[in-house]
Design a protein around this ligand. Structure first.
Ligand SMILES: Nc1ncnc2c1ncn2[C@@H]1O[C@H](COP(=O)(O)OP(=O)(O)OP(=O)(O)O)[C@@H](O)[C@H]1O
Ligand SMILES: [Mg+2]
Length: 355
């Protein structure tokens, strides 16, 4: 029997649940000439929801994760490589004649896909401009290409003033819809909401929340039923209480509960056994993270894990607030309707270790 839960990578088909409104919204939105900016904390399901909308839209699209890009030249070759997957080179060869630097293109015999590179030392902005112009030329206002740039906040680290250069290339384009994804709320807001930023009000801002409880509950209990003959609804409730409906951690916990149910069918408390298993598996990582926290961070994490107020005489409100902001930026803390520890198993580890 195959585990019916999936976590870590993009979820599709039977692993994907809900997000009906979001998928409809994105699919509809890209019919307009506008650009979309999608923000959420890590692993809330941005890539999955966009992948589903792209599929539904049946439009030509390419996706680049800027976290995997090392330079502007690398971004240009990755974009071009993805472009050739959508438009076979033979058909667009005539459009490459405007390139100021000729790309080196070869077929990878192992994968059959195109490898693209540029001669080193060339100004990356020229390459990028030529590649984006190629995409523009290969499309029309009626048949726009969708270009998804994931972890978009990384552009700030690629090269000084790159945001300005990129914006100036993008602003004249009429045949591309950009979907820009990011998981660092503060940086994304700074890029798109700060009047001084080149990307100020570049597109429509959309925030992705956690999955709605009712639907996620149905999804979990139906799948748990393939392993547990009764008590699935209660198990689903306990999972969602524990993870506060976080898409990734709920799937991770459900996958582990299911696994315990299969391997140890007589166990009394599969829910607790699954949590113990995950916390133990990540114990060393948690310990290392903990060692690197300063005293204020440790105090905040302890208070959050035990549900106690952060207003206390020990630290000034401004100190707590700026530490929280830093920890949110680093991904340890998320803010939805309140501040909470991002990883519920780290929260568990903190509680157990401080007992
Ligand atoms: N609609 C959904 N239905 C079921 N599970 C989901 C859904 N969306 C996300 N998940 C769960 O969350 C995990 C992360 O999803 P995804 O990679 O799409 O998120 P992300 O926001 O792009 O993450 P990252 O910040 O790492 O890029 C998935 O592997 C899956 O376990
Ligand atoms: Mg993603």
């Amino acid at each position: 029997m195959e585990n019916p839960f999936k976590f870590g990578t993009i979820v599709e088909e039977e692993y994907f649940t809900d997000r009906v409104n979001e998928v409809t919204y994105i699919t509809q939105f890209v019919k307009s000439p506008n650009h979309l900016i999608l923000i959420s904390p890590r692993r809330f399901g941005k890539s999955s929801v966009v992948a589903k909308a792209l599929k539904q839209s049946k439009r030509k699209h390419i996706t680049i994760n800027l976290q995997q890009v090392t330079s502007i030249s690398d971004l240009s070759s990755k974009l071009l490589r993805e472009f050739f997957k959508v438009h076979p080179m033979e058909r667009v060869r005539h459009l490459i004649t405007h390139f100021r630097v000729v790309p080196m293109v070869s077929t990878n015999p192992m994968t059959g896909s195109m490898d693209v590179s540029f001669q080193p030392g060339v100004d990356g902005t020229i390459l990028l401009e030529d590649v984006l112009t190629l995409i523009e030329k290969a499309h029309s206002e009626k048949n726009r290409m969708i270009v998804v740039l994931d972890e978009f906040q990384e552009i700030c680290d690629l090269a000084p003033k790159f945001d300005k250069q990129l914006r100036s290339i993008m602003q004249d384009q009429k045949h591309i819809n950009y979907i820009l994804l990011g998981s660092q709320e503060s940086m994304m807001t700074e890029i798109f909401e700060n009047k001084k930023s080149p990307f100020y009000h570049f597109g429509e801002m959309m925030r992705l929340g956690k999955l709605p409880r009712d639907d996620f509950h149905r999804y979990l209990s139906e799948r748990l039923a393939s392993c547990f003959s009764n008590g699935c609804e209660d198990l689903a409730d306990r999972i969602l209480d524990y993870t506060s409906c976080h898409p990734y951690y709920s799937q991770q916990l459900a996958a582990n509960v299911w696994q315990v149910g299969v391997l140890q069918p007589d166990i009394k408390n599969p829910f607790k056994a699954a949590i113990d298993h995950i916390v133990t598996a990540h114990g060393l990582d948690y310990e290392r993270l903990w060692m690197n926290f300063n005293r204020t961070n440790k105090w905040i994490m302890q208070r959050l894990s035990s549900g106690k107020s952060l207003q206390s005489g020990n630290y000034r409100t401004s100190t707590v607030y700026s530490a929280l902001k830093r920890m949110q930026k680093d991904g340890y803390v998320i803010y939805t309707d309140r501040y909470e520890i991002e990883d519920p198993f780290f929260r568990e580890w903190i509680i157990v270790s401080n007992e």
